[in-house]
Design a protein around this ligand. Structure first.
Ligand SMILES: NC(=O)C1=CN([C@@H]2O[C@H](COP(=O)(O)OP(=O)(O)OC[C@H]3O[C@@H](n4cnc5c(N)ncnc54)[C@H](O)[C@@H]3O)[C@@H](O)[C@H]2O)C=CC1
Length: 281
C-alpha cells in the first residue's frame, strides 16, 4: 500500500511513519514538503504521489495559544483538513483524520460514544471539530480517529515533562479532577495500521483503555520508573490555563470492538512499554 502521512515530523507522525515503513511504501511529509493550508499544494502533492491512504496527523496543536490565535487554528485544523480531504477524494485515497477528545465538553459522567453530540469548549477543540465536519462531508472513504492524552518517544509530552521535573524537584502538584485515557503513540500507530487496511469507515475512539486523572498518571509514571518523589493532588483551579480542559473526556471504544478490532491495551501497560523503550535508548 502507498501511504501518505501529513505532520510526519510531529509526535504521532514520526511513530506512524517508522512503524508503517516496515511493510508499506510510506511518504512521510512534514510542513516543508506539504503545507496543508496551501490548497493547490495539497492537490499537486497528492496527485504526484497517488497514495492509497492518507493519514492526516498534521495539526495546529498548541491548545492554549489557540485561544488567542483562533484564525490560525481554524486555518490549519479546519481549512487545511478540508483541502487535504478534497485532494484525497480526487485521487481515490482513503482518508484517516486524527481528531481529539477535546471535541466533547467533558461534562459527561460516563464514557463518550462515537456518535455522542460534540460540544467543544476550547478554540482548539472547535477547530478540530471543524476538520471532522469537512471530512464527513467531503470524503467517501473516511476514518475519523479521536485520541487523547498522547505521549511517545517523539516530541514533548506529559510523561517526559514529569520525568524531567523529577530531576530537580522533591515534590509536585498534579491535577486530580480531570479524567481521561493516556495513549502511547506506538499503540495508536498499531491500531491505525490495522484500520487503514480495511474499509470499515466511520468514527473511532482510540486511546489506551482504562481511565485515570493526571495525578494518577503522574503517580504511575514515577512508580513504574522507580522514582521516589512526593506527588500531591490538586484542582484545575489551582493551575489556571487559557484554554478550558474537559473535566471528563473518557471515550468508549464501541467502534473498535463492533468492527472486530482488538481493544487497545490498558494505559498502564502502554506506559510500562514506553518507559522500557526509553530505558533502552
Ligand atoms: N498530543 C495530544 O495529546 C493529542 C493529539 N491529538 C491529535 O493527534 C494528531 C497528532 O498530534 P501530535 O503528533 O501530538 O502533534 P504535534 O504538534 O507533535 O505534530 C503536529 C505536526 O503538524 C505540523 N503542522 C502544523 N501546521 C501544519 C501545516 N500547515 N501543514 C503541515 N503540517 C503542519 C507540525 O509541524 C507538527 O509537526 C493531531 O491531529 C492532534 O490534533 C489528539 C488528541 C490528543
Amino acid at each position: 500500500m502507498k501511504i501518505l502521512v501529513t505532520g510526519a515530523n510531529g509526535q504521532l507522525g514520526q511513530e506512524v511513519v517508522k512503524l508503517l515503513r516496515a511493510k508499506h511504501k510510506v511518504f512521510g511529509l512534514g510542513r516543508e514538503q506539504l503545507d496543508i493550508t496551501n490548497a493547490q499544494q495539497c492537490l499537486f502533492v497528492l496527485d504526484e504521489h497517488q497514495p492509497d491512504v492518507v493519514i492526516h496527523s498534521a495539526a495546529y496543536t498548541a491548545v492554549d495559544s489557540a485561544e488567542s490565535e483562533e484564525e490560525k487554528a481554524f486555518l490549519v485544523n479546519g481549512e487545511g483538513t478540508k483541502s487535504l480531504a478534497i485532494a484525497a477524494e480526487r485521487v481515490g485515497a482513503k482518508f484517516c483524520y486524527i481528531s481529539t477528545d477535546y471535541v466533547f465538553d467533558g461534562t459527561a459522567t460516563q464514557a463518550y460514544r462515537e456518535d455522542d453530540e460534540t460540544n467543544p469548549q476550547s478554540v482548539y477543540g472547535k477547530s478540530k471539530r471543524a476538520g471532522e465536519l469537512h471530512v464527513r462531508s467531503l470524503s467517501s472513504r473516511a476514518f475519523i480517529v479521536r485520541t487523547s492524552w498522547v505521549y511517545g518517544r517523539y516530541g514533548g509530552n506529559f510523561v517526559k515533562t514529569m520525568l524531567s521535573l523529577a530531576k530537580t524537584r522533591d515534590s509536585l502538584k498534579v491535577v486530580h479532577d480531570q479524567f481521561g485515557s493516556p495513549t502511547y503513540t506506538l499503540d495508536l500507530a498499531l491500531f491505525l495500521e490495522q484500520l487503514i487496511q480495511t474499509e470499515k469507515y466511520g468514527t473511532y475512539h482510540a486511546s489506551n483503555s482504562g481511565v485515570c486523572t493526571w495525578y494518577e498518571f503522574a503517580c504511575a509514571i514515577f512508580e513504574e520508573s522507580g522514582i521516589g518523589i512526593r506527588v500531591e493532588p490538586c484542582t484545575t483551579e489551582e493551575f489556571p490555563r487559557p484554554a478550558p480542559r474537559p473535566k471528563y473526556s473518557v471515550m468508549e471504544h464501541g467502534a473498535i470492538l463492533a468492527n472486530g478490532f482488538e481493544d487497545m491495551r490498558p494505559w498502564r501497560d502502554g506506559l510500562r512499554a514506553f518507559l522500557n523503550e526509553l530505558k533502552e535508548e
